[in-house]
Design a protein around this ligand. Structure first.
Ligand SMILES: *Cc1c(COP(=O)(O)O)cnc(C)c1O
Length: 340
């Protein structure tokens, strides 16, 4: 029996559901892991995560398809990315097959929480790994917790499909050769202040620039960027300090291989944005959220797609990707994992 929830009114927020998966790293190995019901974690006051931010996470979704199945989208990619994040933070890698199996197990156990097809809501899946062992001298923890919990969510940006206003912050997101390419909590800690500053000025998000030269655009606090130029080519910023979004990589494949569009993945200068036709934020949470306007030091840029709705190219991309996820469009082999 599905939970009694007004699915179409859900925002993007935390709701504890019935089950979560947890495995522990101790004495140099991972425990088998199991489903548990307690949403809380009890930790030492000296847990490494509290002091030295030893933590990385992932985000993916489960969908109810048009024919009533429950599926996830490319969980193997999240497993791999989390291994990459963990290695960079001196945390133990969680085995890929176990990651995918744990995702499936926790979604299946919480099947009643998966929003029905057509409601616009989805089940957000949050894997997280923390250094739980006590550590006061600066060093990695010797114990870790890997947990996956889930919650039903609606659109990440309120008013979902209305174009967003963005600004260029005075702060940087990630240092060159730093941690911008891993999904670490520390990348978010430093973006909280610029994000709140942007909100206080009436902008939905920041577009961060490359920290070395502040000439090229990178990404927003929690989503990659994608633009459409005057020729209709998809233009995707490239940089070593951008988090490799699975949504963005999938959209590039969808554009190129399914829709037959031209795609350029390259460095994109801030002063090129005024020539773009459309723009969007892309990520699991936002899917594809249109950009209407960008406030820059050289003045405001209003994209020709306008402030009322998503442009035609982004709409096509969004419809194709969500179609693949919801089972109405056939996607590339191996993208959809059927859970139930
Ligand atoms: C998670 C994340 C994204 C989006 O990645 P997806 O795999 O598409 O969800 C983009 N940028 C940052 C900084 C992120 O943390």
């Amino acid at each position: 029996m599905k939970k009694d929830i007004d699915w179409s009114k859900l925002g993007f927020g935390y709701t504890p559901t019935d089950f979560r998966f947890q495995a522990e790293w101790k004495d140099g190995k991972w425990s088998e892991g199991k489903l548990i019901s307690d949403p809380n974690i009890e930790l030492s006051e000296a847990a490494c995560v509290f002091h030295y931010a030893q933590c990385c996470f992932e985000g993916l979704k489960a969908y109810e398809t048009v024919d009533g199945h429950i599926v996830t989208f490319r969980p193997d990619q999240n497993a791999e990315r989390m291994q990459h994040s963990a290695a960079r933070l001196e945390m133990p890698e969680f085995p890929k097959e176990l990651f995918v199996k744990a995702v499936e197990e926790v979604v299946r156990a919480n099947a009643d929480w998966v929003p029905p097809y057509g409601t616009g809501a989805t089940l957000y899946i949050r894997p997280v790994m923390i250094g739980s062992g006590p550590q006061i001298g600066v060093a990695p923890a010797n114990e870790f917790i890997f947990r996956i919990f889930v919650m039903p969510v609606g659109a990440y940006f309120k008013g979902a499909i209305k174009p967003l206003k963005l600004t260029i912050p005075e702060f940087d997101r990630a240092a060159p050769r730093g941690t911008g390419d891993i999904k670490a909590g520390l990348n978010y800690a430093m973006s909280l202040h610029p994000t709140m500053e942007a909100h206080r000025m009436g902008y939905a998000e920041n577009i961060y620039l490359d920290p070395a030269t502040r000439t090229y655009i990178e990404e927003t606090g929690g989503a990659n960027l994608l633009f459409v130029d005057k020729e209709g080519t998809i233009v995707v910023p490239k940089s070593d300090s951008i988090l490799p979004s699975i949504t963005r990589r999938s959209l590039v494949e969808v554009a190129r291989d399914i829709l037959g569009m031209k795609v350029e993945e390259r460095k994109v200068r801030l002063d090129e944005l005024k020539d773009m036709q459309e723009g969007a934020l892309c990520g699991t949470a936002a899917v594809l959220a249109p950009i209407g306007m960008i406030n820059t030091p050289d003045g405001d840029i209003y994209l020709p797609s306008g402030m009322e709705k998503m442009g035609p190219v982004c709409t096509k991309l969004r419809e194709t990707l969500t179609g693949i996820q919801m089972g109405t469009v056939k996607g590339p082999e191996g993208w959809i994992y059927k859970i139930k």
